[in-house]
Design a binder for this molecule. Structure first.
Ligand SMILES: [Zn+2]
Ligand SMILES: [Zn+2]
Length: 327
């Protein structure tokens, strides 16, 4: 099969012909139709995340059909459409798993990082960590739900019952979460790269009540903020924008260093926290909600062999919505 493989020495990904994987007992053999590109993929390519699997195939938000299964795999007959997320496996026995926090599992394995992912024509995935894909979404439009949507949704919920919520960084996740926020009657304040007037226009078009540069103060005090951009200097900026008791949630897996800031920005019970990974419960709940909103994802398609171009477009903020690879 064709796959885009992370080379150990060079830069970026290489198109390679590699053996089609065969499923272990709990795994499904999947033919991939669409895989969305995530900012995390860039952090892996840039070696900002340590120890990826050797000869890694990236990609952790993909939609596929089942073409085969190991002897112990259940629930997904041949021909079923499945979605594969970032959490590829958890041990089920550590203190985090047994307390409903498998997203923090000590031995978790992540798709497109510890396990080969969706930048390929085929993949294998443990059936217990796959999701049925909601009807009403074709393959490319469903793919971004699996990380941008799903982990974005976890960040959104951890921001609490905020009426006025700020989104710092208006990429794939914010495109989806603004729709959930509006569905729930909340006001979204969008912060984009300073000077990115096109980004402001898109955010306003999607229903943000205000859009401005991340160097600006919002016109109203926010009840909470989510930082989707991997930029540490946004942390004190967001803390300064939230009201007493408000939360600032960092939604990404990697961020540049956070500059020091005066304690008064955190004082008065403001909360600063991160979000890590997902639980299967998050996935079930979010994928049930998506058709009710209904969420409309915006995608820009790239052929599989153009994965490097897709990654660069994400890096430069040139994608309105999500970049999606279609083999
Ligand atoms: Zn992701
Ligand atoms: Zn565990």
């Amino acid at each position: 099969m064709r796959a885009m493989v992370l080379s150990s020495s060079g830069v970026g990904l290489e198109l390679q012909e590699v053996p089609r994987p065969s499923p272990k007992p709990e795994q499904l053999l999947l033919r991939i139709h669409a895989c969305a590109v995530c900012r995390t993929d860039l952090h892996i390519v840039d070696r900002e995340l340590p120890n990826p699997k050797p000869s890694l195939i990236l990609g952790h938000q993909f939609v596929a059909t089942v073409e085969g299964a190991g002897a112990a795999a259940r629930g997904f007959p041949i021909g079923t459409r499945v979605g594969v997320p970032w959490l590829g496996w958890a041990d089920g026995v550590c203190k985090y798993c047994v307390s409903g926090r498998e997203n923090l599992c000590d031995n978790a394995r992540f798709t497109g990082y510890d396990l080969d992912g969706g930048y390929a024509e085929y993949a294998v995935a443990d059936y217990r960590f796959c999701f049925p894909v909601p009807a009403g979404f074709d393959d490319p439009h469903a793919a971004p739900l699996l990380c941008a949507g799903l982990i974005g949704f976890r960040s959104y919920r951890l921001a609490g019952e905020a009426r006025r919520i700020g989104f710092y960084g208006f990429g794939a996740a914010a495109h989806i979460l603004i729709q959930v926020a509006r569905h729930e009657g909340r006001e979204v304040y969008a912060f984009v790269r300073p000077g990115d007037l096109e980004g402001q226009r898109i955010a306003t078009q999607l229903g943000a009540v205000w859009a401005g540069g991340s160097d600006q103060k919002p016109p109203e005090e926010l009840d909470a903020a989510i930082i989707f951009a991997p930029v540490g200097s946004l942390v004190p900026a967001a803390l300064a924008a939230v009201a007493k008791g408000g939360s600032v949630v960092c939604g990404g897996i990697h961020m540049s260093d956070i500059p020091s800031f005066p304690y008064k920005l955190l004082w008065e019970e403001r909360v600063l926290r991160s979000v890590a990974n997902l639980t299967r419960k998050d996935g079930v709940e979010f994928l049930a909600l998506a058709p009710k909103v209904p969420i409309q994802t915006q995608v820009q398609r790239f052929p599989l062999d153009q994965a490097n171009a897709a990654l660069e477009a994400v890096r430069k903020g040139h994608i309105d919505g999500s970049a999606v690879l279609t083999p």
